[in-house]
Design a protein. Structure first.
Length: 94
C-alpha cells in the first residue's frame, strides 16, 4: 500500500511540529521535577535535554509507524496540554 504524498507531508509536519511541542512541554516538567528532586539547575537542564532528545526521537518514529494519523495528534495534544498545564500549576521554581 503506497502512502499518498499528502499523508507523508502530514506525518512529517505532525512528527516535526507536534513532536517538538510535546517534547518541549515534557522538558519543562522534567526540569521542574529534577530540580525538586535535588539536582542543581544546570544538571537538571542537562539531564532534561538528554531525556527529551530520546523522547523526541521515539515520538517521531512512532508517528511514521502508527497506521492511523489521529492517534499521534490526540497523544501530542494531550501531552502538550497536560504538561504545560502542570508546569504552570507547579510554577517556575524560582
Amino acid at each position: 500500500m503506497r502512502a499518498s504524498s499528502f499523508q507523508v507531508a502530514a506525518r512529517t509536519v505532525i512528527a516535526v511540529g507536534g513532536g517538538y511541542l510535546a517534547s518541549s512541554s515534557a522538558m519543562a516538567i522534567f526540569c521542574l521535577l529534577l530540580v525538586s528532586a535535588g539536582f542543581t539547575r544546570a544538571d537538571a537542564v542537562t539531564l532534561g535535554i538528554l531525556l527529551v532528545f530520546v523522547l523526541y526521537l521515539c515520538l517521531v518514529l512512532w508517528v511514521f509507524a502508527v497506521s492511523a494519523l489521529w492517534r499521534p495528534i490526540t497523544v501530542f495534544s494531550l501531552l502538550i496540554v497536560c504538561n504545560y498545564g502542570l508546569a504552570s500549576f507547579i510554577g517556575h521554581g524560582g
